[in-house]
Design a binder for this molecule. Structure first.
Ligand code: MN3
Length: 198
C-alpha cells in the first residue's frame, strides 16, 4: 500500500508564495487521490506490488494493459508529488552553490539564464504537466503526470508542477506569477544532493 508522505514542513510555511490552502488541497486531496487510485490499480495486479514504483514507471510497456494507464497517471502522480514537496522549503530560494551552480552556469551562462530558460519551458507547457531539470542540465517538459524515467531518461534533479491545481487558488490563470513566486521556495540543497548522486 502506498501512502502520501508527510510534508517536510507545515502547510502554511510557504504561505507568502504558495498558500496553506493550496498546500492542503494539493497534498491532502490531489496527492491522496493519486495514491488511492494507484493502490486500486495494484489490487488488480498484485504481483506488481513486489516491484519498486520506479521500476514500474520506467517499464510501462511491459505492464498488463488493464493497469498500465492507471499506473502511468497515478503512479506518476505519486512519484512526482513525493519529490515536489521536497523540492520546496520555507528556507528555500536564492541560488545553488558548488558543483551544481558550476554545471548550471556552464550550460546557461548564468543562474538567471537558467531561471529564464526554465521559466519559458514551464510557461510553454500546454494544459497540465511538469517542467524538469535533468542531470545532463537539459530542461524538458512532460504532459499530465508523465515523468522523465518513463521516457528512458534519468530521474530529474528538479521539477515544477504546472497543473492548474498547483496554483489556481492563489494565482488564478496567471501561471507566470506562480512560476516567478516558486523560485523563492526552491530547495537547492535537495537539488544539489540529487545532482551529487549522479
Ligand atoms: Mn500537482
Amino acid at each position: 500500500m502506498y501512502t502520501v508522505p508527510d510534508l517536510p514542513y507545515d502547510y502554511d510555511q510557504l504561505g507568502k508564495y504558495i498558500s496553506g490552502d493550496i498546500m492542503r488541497l494539493h497534498h491532502d486531496k490531489h496527492h491522496q487521490a493519486y495514491v488511492d487510485k494507484l493502490n486500486a490499480a495494484l489490487d488488480q495486479a498484485p504481483a506488481l506490488r513486489e516491484r519498486p514504483l520506479e521500476s514500474l514507471l520506467s517499464d510501462l510497456d511491459t505492464l498488463p494493459e488493464n493497469v498500465r494507464t492507471a499506473i502511468r497517471n497515478h503512479g506518476g502522480g505519486h512519484y512526482n508529488h513525493s519529490l515536489f514537496w521536497q523540492w520546496m522549503s520555507p528556507t528555500g530560494g536564492g541560488e545553488p552553490s558548488g558543483e551544481l551552480a558550476k554545471k548550471i552556469t556552464e550550460k546557461y551562462g548564468s543562474f538567471q539564464g537558467f531561471v529564464d530558460a526554465f521559466t519559458t519551458k514551464s510557461l510553454g507547457v500546454f494544459g497540465s504537466g511538469w517542467a524538469w531539470l535533468q542531470p545532463d542540465m537539459e530542461i524538458i517538459t512532460t504532459a499530465n503526470q508523465d515523468t522523465p524515467i518513463m521516457q528512458g531518461k534519468d530521474a530529474p534533479l528538479l521539477g515544477l508542477d504546472v497543473w492548474e491545481h498547483a496554483y489556481y487558488l492563489d494565482y488564478k490563470n496567471k501561471r507566470d506569477d506562480y512560476v516567478k513566486a516558486w523560485w523563492n521556495v526552491v530547495n537547492w540543497d535537495f537539488v544539489a544532493e540529487r545532482s551529487a548522486q549522479k
